[in-house]
Structure formats: structure tokens, C-alpha cells
Design a protein. Structure first.
Length: 202
């Protein structure tokens, strides 16, 4: 199942689903704002423009180029350290720039940002950035999905217990959207809350 600008699917997501058109089509899955800890391990990934105090305390620090490398490394560290319990990767407030997809491929992993209820739009002056976490699909992006949540083992039908919460995915910086969609979601008993996807393929 994929999630992009005009297609929405979630299993047992809390809250309500909103579709808006403000010159830019987008959807937001509006949750209750509560974050449930996952597993024993938790890692903080700091955006390149995160406050210095946040960057200094982060486990992984992005530089604004291919930030999926640090995000995916944190996900793998959670999965290793948390063993079967999984864990949580926290994305700081700020802008992350993806040159390739973010991959969640094990059970019970939470990817949690600082919020999606703010203006999307990269450098678009009509959409000033005022907070939250945004994942920009960069102009070099070639993968089919910005975020892919599915098992790597083809004999496993789906992941279990994963969670995406509190961030936006935006394709403003991607020429002609590069045939990229937002989220591929192959998860049983998982949740998606406060996640927005904008300006990507259906």
C-alpha cells in the first residue's frame, strides 16, 4: 500500500484524516499528539539546521546532503540494540534532505518527528517554515518512495507494530516530482499519526 498526495491508507491510526487544498494538495493524518515509547533503544537524529544544543546532544548529525544515511543508520541501530523490542528514532525539528529513501524493515520501530502542522514548501516564499520536521525529497532522488516500510524478506508478509509520527514529506525541491511517491506502508497493527505528504506522485 502506498501513501501519497491523494491516496491515504492507515491501519488503526488515531485521530482524523484531513485533505487540504491551499494552492498545494496535501493530506495530514491528525493524531492525538501523544508519543508512545517503542522498545528499549532511542536515538536522536539532528537536522543540519537544528539548534546547536540539539545537535550537540544528538546521536546522529545530518549535514543537509543525503540525510537518509544518518536516519537509516539510526533505524538500524535501534533494531540491533532493541532486539525484538524494536525502538524509536527521533527526528529533531528542522529540515532533512533525502537523496534516497528512508527504510524501515524490521518490527516495532517508531520514526517520530517534532510535528507536521506547519507550512510545507522548501524554499517557496509562500510557505515559510515555522517549526516541525520536514523531509525534503531532493532533486537527485531516484527511488519510488520517500519512505519505505516493509520487510526485506519476501517470505514475511508485513512488518508488525511500526509507527510514523510527527513529520512532513515534501517534494517541492524535486523536478516534476521525479515519479516519487510518499510512503510505502506494508505494516500490520502499525500507526501513522500527524504525518503530511505534499507535492509527490499519486
Amino acid at each position: 500500500m502506498r501513501i501519497s498526495d491523494k491516496e491515504i491508507w492507515t491501519e488503526r491510526a488515531h485521530g482524523k484524516i484531513i485533505f487540504e487544498t491551499n494552492g498545494v494538495d496535501r493530506f495530514v493524518i491528525a493524531g492525538d499528539g501523544n508519543i508512545t515509547p517503542f522498545g528499549e533503544a532511542s536515538f536522536l537524529v539532528a537536522a543540519t539546521d537544528a539548534p546547536s544544543a540539539v545537535r550537540n546532544s544528538a546521536d546522529y548529525r545530518c549535514d543537509g546532503v543525503n540525510d537518509e544515511v544518518e536516519i537509516n543508520a539510526a533505524i538500524q541501530a535501534v533494531q540491533t540494540t532493541g532486539l525484538t523490542q524494536g525502538g524509536k528514532v527521533v527526528l529533531s525539528e528542522g529540515n532533512f534532505y533525502l537523496g534516497a529513501k528512508v527504510v524501515v524493515d524490521k518490527f516495532n520501530v517508531a520514526l517520530v518527528g517534532a510535528g507536521a502542522f506547519y507550512a510545507l514548501g522548501g524554499t517557496d516564499p509562500g510557505f515559510p517554515q515555522t517549526g516541525g520536521t520536514i523531509l525534503h525529497v531532493d532533486d537527485t532522488f531516484t527511488d519510488t518512495y520517500a519512505i519505505e516500510c516493509k520487510p526485506t524478506n519476501p517470505s514475511v508478509r508485513s512488518l508488525v507494530g511500526c509507527r510514523l509520527e510527527g513529520f512532513a514529506v515534501d517534494g517541492y525541491d524535486t523536478p516534476s516530482f521525479a515519479n516519487t511517491s510518499g510512503i510505502y506502508w506494508q505494516v500490520f497493527r502499525g500507526t501513522i499519526e500527524n504525518v503530511g505528504v505534499s507535492r509527490l506522485q499519486d
